[in-house]
Design a protein around this ligand. Structure first.
Ligand code: FAD
Length: 434
């Protein structure tokens, strides 16, 4: 396996390239090892660094830190996600458990950016769940009911108001939640790298090839070295399965997104100069689309089972054509050649949309599978798995542990066939929204 990403991600390309990249090229021994340096791994490493100033803590990533999904996402820090409306108290209770975790995720990011004065284009403008399909009103009304019962401020909007707020006539109905933040994911994750404690040693471009437990240690093999560690945290999210971790509970999904250049003043005026906004789809396979602070439009409208991990330029190009159509449908007045870059990223899913947070063996821990909502939850889970691995408990851990646990998945090829079939079904249901 190789983990090499395209270099098309606008969020990454907005930033200055990093220097002082260290590659693992020797054998090491340590107290703590974290594999994966996205939000989860970086947050876990930060916590361990604070808890154990005198211990050796290594953080290793197969590519440049933070340049996986943590930089490649759409930048919605969510407080709620859409469901079709709950009927029983049990379901409402489950939804609340999820929302409690999202809230803790928002809190942990807020604390981080306040403490380190991070500029990540933070905007507490809420988010829209929008659809062009009038029949989706029923879904949104049910959702509104759930949100009202749980005290989340929101309102339903129709086409006229949406045209004013979003600059497109495409959407007929939407639910706007007051909660939810839009941010620049690349800037956020870069700040997490830049502020790692001094006692955390980061190795990049160092792929973990295999690992095994021997007595009380875990031995990890890399291309040019090995690490023997007392405790290990796996924070590889979409790659957990490839490392043989919780294989029957998670699977990777590849998403692709595109971003336009900044709109010219004239183009922006033609849309009515809307404020920054973010739309999430009502149907799972519909498009996520966002107007950024600097007047760029981001769109993500694919999700697929894709193997191998690396997407070729031609395959990425094909997907970017879908994104071009998605933009054209919503903003016919904009020129055809407005997309500046396209990229792919890998996320992890579970069957029941629950997350993984657990000790899988003595001294071996794992956190991941955020089902597409990992900015806050990943940061929270990283921090808390470090605490759990220290045999401590917190209120946050109790909230996390109270969630429904991920349910069992069949092995391949049944799994990939099933997932593919489901994605096709969802794509058909969402065809007007792509
Ligand atoms: C297009 C897209 C849009 C998204 N939109 C949103 C959104 O709007 N809001 C939201 O909350 N979430 C969103 N997500 C999901 C979010 O990005 C992820 O949930 C989050 O990044 C997970 O963080 P992580 O640190 O657990 O995983 P990652 O960021 O994936 O980090 C895992 C790291 O592990 C490394 N790794 C893997 N295998 C190995 C190995 N064998 N050896 C060494 N290192 C390894 C990888 O290189 C990677 O850097 C989106 C994702 C994508 C791709």
């Amino acid at each position: 396996m190789q983990i090499v990403n395209d270099n098309g991600c606008s969020w990454i390309n907005d930033l200055n390239p990093r220097s002082n990249i260290k590659v693992l090229d020797k054998n090491e021994e340590c107290e703590w090892l974290i594999i994966g340096a996205g939000y989860t791994g970086l947050s876990g490493a930060r916590k361990l660094g604070q808890l154990y100033p005198g211990q050796k803590i290594l953080l290793v990533d197969a590519q440049l830190a933070g340049e996986g999904a943590s930089s490649r996402n759409s930048g919605y820090l969510v407080d709620t996600t859409l469901n079709d409306g709950f009927t029983s108290n049990k379901e409402l209770d489950n939804y609340k458990k999820k929302a409690d975790i999202y809230k803790l995720g928002i809190d942990v990011i807020k604390k981080f950016i306040k403490e380190y004065q991070v500029d990540c284009d933070w905007n507490e403008c809420g988010k829209y769940f929008a659809s062009s399909n009038k029949e989706d009103r029923k879904i949104l009304e049910n959702f509104s009911d759930t949100l009202s019962k749980l005290g989340f401020e929101h309102n339903l909007l129709s086409n006229k108001e949406l045209k004013k707020r979003l600059g497109t006539n495409f959407y007929n109905i939407a639910l706007h939640t007051k909660g939810g933040i839009l941010l620049h994911p690349g800037k956020l994750v870069r700040a997490m790298i830049d502020t790692l404690p001094d006692n955390v040693n980061l190795y990049e471009n160092s792929l973990l090839l295999n690992w095994k437990k021997k007595n009380n240690t875990v031995i990890c093999k890399f291309k040019n070295g090995s690490i023997k560690t007392k405790k290990i945290i796996f924070a590889t999210n979409g790659f957990l399965k490839s490392l043989g971790i919780k294989s029957n509970y998670n699977f990777p999904i590849t998403l692709t997104a595109s971003m336009t250049r900044s709109l010219s003043d004239e183009e922006f005026r033609s849309l009515g100069e809307p404020k920054e906004w973010g739309v999430l789809p009502v149907r799972p396979m519909g498009a996520t689309i966002r107007m950024t602070k600097d007047k760029r439009i981001l769109i993500r409208n694919t999700a697929e089972v894709f193997s191998p991990y690396q997407m070729s330029k031609s395959k990425l190009y094909k997907r970017s054509l879908k994104q071009k159509i998605g933009i054209k449908k919503r903003f016919p007045e904009l020129p055809d050649d407005i997309i500046q870059s396209s990229w792919s990223g890998i996320v992890s899913r579970t069957r029941n949309s629950s997350q993984i947070f657990e000790k899988i063996d003595d001294n071996i821990f794992v956190a991941g599978c955020y089902n597409g909502s990992g900015i806050g939850v990943g940061t929270l889970f990283g921090e808390q798995i470090a605490i759990k691995a220290s045999n401590e408990n917190t209120k946050e851990i109790e909230t996390i542990e109270a969630r429904n646990k991920p349910t069992w998945l069949p092995p391949d090829p049944i799994l990939s066939l099933g997932v593919r079939a489901r994605l096709i079904f969802e794509r058909v249901r969402a065809r007007s929204e792509i």
